[in-house]
Design a protein around this ligand. Structure first.
Ligand SMILES: [Fe+2]
Length: 286
């Protein structure tokens, strides 16, 4: 049995902003189906995902700001594990100019996902150097389980990134939440061995941010010097601070982030106008 840990493969992206600020977007939990009109608890994920992409484009046109450097897609891109759902995701991303980097969620078929995103020309790179920041995308998927875990191989990639680039600020992207978000039903499906991740992060002297999907809500909290962020899905939203499964009235959305060379991060959750997509509030689970 081969015990050799995987080697970190790094690509470099120069920030477009002359001052070195990295501009990025997070799009997460698109939960797409093969059928673009398929219903997911009262919302058609293709339609809400398309509305999010259109809103991003409109925002950029209205603000006249520079295009984003890249997009992070943090898992649960498919709801039905179909080839077509990943093609639909690629179609959505094709409407947005910057490169897209991705990781799988508990709902994804990782093998099919990689094959289809490869076919679409979407990069499989997992470690990016951009200005004074490094971005690492790790796979927390545990096949057949709703909760997540970082394998020894994934933890090794994190250790290598921290060892090789100790002075770069770190944005670590994963699917599952590393600290509780305050929803008991969701927090049982967390990143189970987050303590192993935190032990490695504890030695990092530069800024550290952990960004996740999975919880379908905006979240921003610090713990032991690490900033933990989570973001709305592009379809259904889960109600914050609810111990039982509950959908939220908030609209689908996405997150924008600016990473400054000195380690500061400014971020904003954007949402579609209220009531554009209303879920079926009688749903008791999914
Ligand atoms: Fe999800």
């Amino acid at each position: 049995m081969n015990q050799t840990p995987p080697q970190l493969e790094t690509i470099e992206i120069a920030p477009q902003c002359p001052s070195g600020v990295v501009e990025l977007l997070q799009i997460t939990d698109t939960h797409l189906f093969a059928d673009k009109n398929a219903d997911f608890l009262g919302i058609a994920p293709w339609q809400s995902g398309l509305a999010v992409v259109d809103a991003i484009l409109e925002n950029e046109q209205l603000s006249g700001t520079q295009p984003h450097d890249f997009i992070l897609a943090t898992g649960d891109l498919s709801q039905d594990h179909s080839r077509e759902s990943y093609r639909h995701f690629s179609e959505l991303m094709g409407k947005l100019a910057p490169p897209v980097f991705w990781l799988p969620g508990n709902h994804d078929d990782a093998v099919l996902m990689q094959a289809e995103l490869d076919n679409a020309g979407i990069s499989n790179a997992k470690h990016l150097l951009c200005g004074q920041w490094q971005i690492l995308l790790l796979d927390t998927q545990l096949p057949g389980e709703t909760h997540g875990e970082l394998s020894a191989a994934q933890l090794s990639l994190l250790a290598q990134a921290l060892q090789q680039y100790p002075e770069h600020h770190l944005l670590l992207a994963v699917h599952h939440q590393g600290i509780p978000v305050g929803c008991a039903w969701l927090d049982q499906h967390n990143l189970r061995n987050a303590s192993a991740m935190k032990a490695l992060l504890a030695d990092h002297q530069a800024s550290t941010v952990v960004l996740c999907g999975h919880v379908h809500q905006g979240f921003d909290q610090g713990e032991q010097g690490v900033r933990y962020l989570a973001s709305p899905s592009t379809c259904i939203q889960f109600k914050p601070l609810s111990d039982e499964f509950a959908l939220d009235t908030m609209a689908p959305g996405w997150r924008a982030m600016s990473l400054y060379p000195d380690g500061r991060l400014s971020t904003q959750v954007w949402r579609l106008p209220p009531h554009f997509f209303t879920p079926d509030f009688s749903a008791t689970g999914y």
